[in-house]
Design a protein. Structure first.
Ligand code: IMP
Ligand code: MG
Length: 179
């Protein structure tokens, strides 16, 4: 079985949207410093591009949580694999995530981070699949709502592949190819 990729959101459209989000965040947090929390691994590509488009002072920290383990369905189990290096106390914190799918990951993570006493805590996601939601999550900054399809690229993987694609694509498994 081979995999075919079709483009869902082009590189140009994604980059334009990230520029807009960066400008909006810079306006909303004017006069402040923003602390980005990048959720590894998927959020890394988006977080770097977003950070470059933010014109106010930015600091960044990284966290890894487990959600999908080489599978296209959510286990619903969330585990912190790598915690933040720095305290969140009195910081204007913005979580940067690749996609909100069932909502399980962020539903778990937001109270954990709030307990660390940031001045504020908001969520920025590149993609959202509203049809898949199991737990409510408030997304303050969103790139795109997408249909219930498994997407790859711009940090999103299929069995650890395709994160490096500069656009958002959909994997189509070619059933005719028996290899
Ligand atoms: P949630 O907890 O179901 O919201 O899932 C969040 C995580 O699942 C995301 O951070 C992604 O790592 C992964 N995920 C959800 N949907 C997709 C997809 O379509 N492609 C690749 N990864 C996905
Ligand atoms: Mg993720």
């Amino acid at each position: 079985m081979s995999e075919k990729i079709s483009v869902l959101i082009s590189e140009e459209t994604v980059n334009k949207k990230i520029k807009e989000l960066g400008e909006q965040i810079s306006r909303d947090y004017a006069g402040k410093q923003i602390h980005l929390i990048c959720i590894l691994k998927g959020g890394a590509f988006f977080a770097c591009e977003l950070a470059k488009r933010i014109s106010i002072p930015v600091s960044i920290d990284f966290m890894q949580v487990s959600s999908y383990e080489n599978s296209t369905t959510s286990s619903g189990i969330v585990r912190i694999k790598k915690d933040l290096d720095e305290s969140l106390e009195d910081k204007e914190v913005l979580i940067v995530e690749d996609i909100i799918d069932t909502g399980n990951t962020l539903h778990y993570l937001i109270p954990v981070l709030l307990a660390r006493k940031p001045s504020s805590l908001k969520l920025c996601a590149l993609l959202n699949k509203p049809d898949r939601r199991q737990k409510e999550v408030e997304i303050s900054y969103l790139g795109f709502d997408i249909p219930d399809e498994f997407v790859i690229g711009y940090g999103l993987d299929y069995a650890q592949k395709y994160r490096n694609l500069p656009y958002i694509g959909v994997v189509e498994l070619d059933q005719d190819d028996t290899e």
